[in-house]
Design a protein around this ligand. Structure first.
Ligand SMILES: Cc1cc2nc3c(=O)[nH]c(=O)nc-3n(C[C@H](O)[C@H](O)[C@H](O)COP(=O)(O)OP(=O)(O)OC[C@H]3O[C@@H](n4cnc5c(N)ncnc54)[C@H](O)[C@@H]3O)c2cc1C
Length: 408
């Protein structure tokens, strides 16, 4: 296995680094963040401007074909770009769902008209997309989707409720999974649609988080009319379309979990005093840092393994499930150690302690969400058990029954 860039990737890395240096500010410390103090509207405007700039330089959708407004590069080149961009202060998150999952799904399953209508404009930053899959009783078991789409002439009429929809409050469009057939088994009666988030009947309601952030929403769909021309893939093929979206999501999420939190913890442990001595001299602290290092180093190797597969033109294997499983926990236990290092002050908001305390606090706050988003810990373990270790699969008694006969 070769973890190094191929000559083409090395050349591309040098090219994008030069472009980023010319067009963005380099991040000096890991605590630097783009747009501190901007309100949401200004942040969104800055994100759209940055996206348009990338599009003009050809970096908006590196792996998408040129005919679709992309650069026609390889998925590995896309990964190289993302790695380099992470070293600069640019707006993040706003286009994460659009570029990471929704648009690749449209590129893969869309009709020529849909691709023409949506892709280039979204790559330019004109449109932001969200992903409407989860429902109050359909998360891990996404085959339980009950949002109903009923055919009416050239339209579908959609009624139901989605939940945890990231960015729905600023999205222009969404990919929506709905049930079109109640007599087929759960995975077979689903269809994917493109929904206009500003259409009549789409009601987006905020979910405010304990961290005081506002990231996701409940979305109620009240007799929303979607033209059949906005169906994504064949009727009844929604499960397959959704799986291709989730494959993209799992790799995109996975690559966020490498890093060097352990290095930051060493710095904090040298700074913090415990019983009149630097905390770094405490054996328990040292063991905690060593644990974080081991977890992060392992995650980094698995991410590189996935990238190496991408580089060879293959898909990363099911072992990628362990990246999020271990990486998110490393953030949670490492973040908790940082808070403990601060003693009583560890509970104070980071801005009062110094910027270097901010990142571990944020990681600690966001880790529980990361352990759920894109497949919970238990679901990752099931994937590892069944697809990596070859253990017997879960017993799924409801797989072949007509959906309307399942217990609610
Ligand atoms: C930060 C964040 C962003 C999100 N963004 C989006 C988004 O943009 N769009 C979207 O559609 N969804 C989004 N989600 C929702 C996410 O996909 C679901 O929360 C996730 O799939 C889990 O579903 P659930 O919350 O319904 O939990 P459930 O599936 O109800 O699970 C509850 C518990 O039961 C366990 N469990 C369930 N099934 C099994 C099993 N078979 N074996 C063992 N244990 C099991 C789970 O691990 C969990 O502990 C987001 C979630 C988060 C946290």
């Amino acid at each position: 296995m070769d973890f190094n860039d191929t000559p083409l990737e090395a050349q591309f890395r040098a090219e994008v680094r030069a472009w980023l240096k010319a067009n963005a500010t380099e991040r000096h410390t890991r605590e630097d963040k783009f747009g501190a103090g901007l309100n949401e509207d200004d942040y969104l405007a800055a994100a759209r401007t940055w996206q348009a700039k990338k599009a003009k330089a050809g970096y908006a959708a590196i792996a998408a074909p040129k005919t679709m407004g992309g650069l026609g590069g390889t998925p590995a080149m896309q990964v190289v770009y993302s790695q380099e961009e992470a070293k600069f202060l640019v707006p993040d998150c706003v286009f994460e769902v659009s570029l990471g999952t929704a648009l690749p799904t449209v590129a893969m399953w869309g009709t020529p008209e849909q691709k023409e209508k949506y892709l280039a404009r979204a790559f330019m930053g004109d449109h932001i997309w969200c992903q409407l899959f989860s429902e109050p009783s359909a998360g891990s078991d996404i085959g339980n989707v009950r949002t109903r789409a009923v055919r009416d002439g050239d339209d579908w009429v959609v009624t139901g409720q989605k939940v945890w929809t990231s960015g729905a409050h600023f999205a222009d469009y969404g990919i929506l999974l709905a049930r079109t057939d109640w007599d087929s088994p759960k995975a077979k009666g689903l269809t994917m649609f493109i929904v206009d988030m500003k259409a009549e009947g789409v009601d987006v309601r905020p979910i405010h988080q304990a961290s005081d952030e506002y990231h996701f929403n409940e979305v109620f769909l009240n007799d929303v009319r979607i033209p059949d021309s906005e169906r994504l893939g064949h009727e009844g093929n929604g499960w397959k379309v959704m799986l291709s979206t989730l494959m993209q999501e799992r790799f995109a999420l996975g690559s966020n979990f490498s890093g060097d939190l352990y290095a930051q913890l060493i710095g904090l442990a040298q700074q913090a005093e415990w019983n009149g001595a630097p905390a770094i001299s405490n054996a328990t602290v040292r063991a905690g840092i060593a644990d974080t290092y081991i977890q992060q180093f392992g995650v980094d190797l698995i991410v590189r393994r996935g990238m190496s597969a991408i580089s060879r033109g293959e898909s990363p294997g099911p072992e990628m499930a362990s990246v999020k499983l271990i990486g998110a926990r490393a953030f949670q236990t490492g973040g908790a150690l940082a808070i403990e290092l601060g003693g009583a002050e560890g509970l104070i908001a980071a801005q009062d302690l110094g910027a270097e305390w901010r990142l571990p606090q944020l990681l600690w706050i966001s880790a529980p969400g990361a352990r759920i988003a894109g497949g919970t810990d238990e679901i990752q373990k099931n994937t590892i058990a069944e697809r990596v270790l070859g253990l017997p699969g879960e017993i799924r008694t409801d797989r072949d029954l007509p959906f309307r006969e399942l217990e609610r």
